[in-house]
Design a protein around this ligand. Sequence first.
Ligand SMILES: *Cc1c(COP(=O)(O)O)cnc(C)c1O
Length: 293
Amino acid sequence: MPHSPICPAKWRGKGFFIKRDDLLHPFLSGNKARKVQYFQSFSNIKRIISYGSLQSNAMLALAFLAKMKGWEFIYYARINKELLKNPKGNLKEALLFGMQLKDISKAPTLLENRNTLSHTIKDGSTLYIPEGIRCQEAADGIAMLALEIEAWVKQPINIFLPSGTGTTALYLKKSLRFCPLIKEVYTVACVGDSNYLQEQFFSLEPNATLHPKILEPPKRYKFAKPYKELFALWQELKHQTGIVFDLIYDPVGFATIWHHNLLDTNLCYIHQGGLKGNETMIERYKKKFATIS
Ligand SMILES: *Cc1c(COP(=O)(O)O)cnc(C)c1O
């Protein structure tokens, strides 16, 4: 995988750096590209099975990976018949890559404990991958991200990235812990609250000193729910930085950065991709707020 660039940016008059993992690839981008890197070298499997939501960025990454490798991809989700009539965004692309969608109620018994599953399961030539690619195997690709940051950094710096499962933030913190120029890896919980995110960290790493520092958002935002102020923030970021961010995680990330004055420190923000998913979020925003154009 080629290195992604780290570029200077300015927002509300303050400078910071952005690691452009969104530029890695149109379908396999951001942290999902990092998280599936380890699986790219697999040769003795025929099928991957995962589960989660119908618009998940992880789903699209796995669909693309499977297509590239010539594997079958079965994805269990709560089926929404309306969505399937006219699939859009991540779902549309994943189906075009050959993803087979099945109802979560028919999930195999191996996935019974799926909510606490934090590693892949290999069963013959089938590989089960936890929701959001939240697993130890993700560490390899994230270590590569850390190496790219280490090769670049010249002055003491803080890192910030918003979290879903927290897998990326956790392994980034772990991989960077011996780099003396990295002061702290900060994150914010976008799925659930800070306690939930901390539990996620513990399920992957029992040693709390290796966990990223969780910052509270200015207010509690429900995951993937449209908020007018977050859309306005996303637009403002686009205008001021010239960069398109993801609509679900990044606005919560930047609201939190502002709330904690992190731009008064030397900061590098990790852009974790997810832009294909914006299509359906923009539609939801337009539906909910007539004034959004
Ligand atoms: C998946 C995703 C995240 C969350 O990553 P985790 O490793 O689950 O914390 C953040 N931002 C974007 C754009 C994503 O697609």
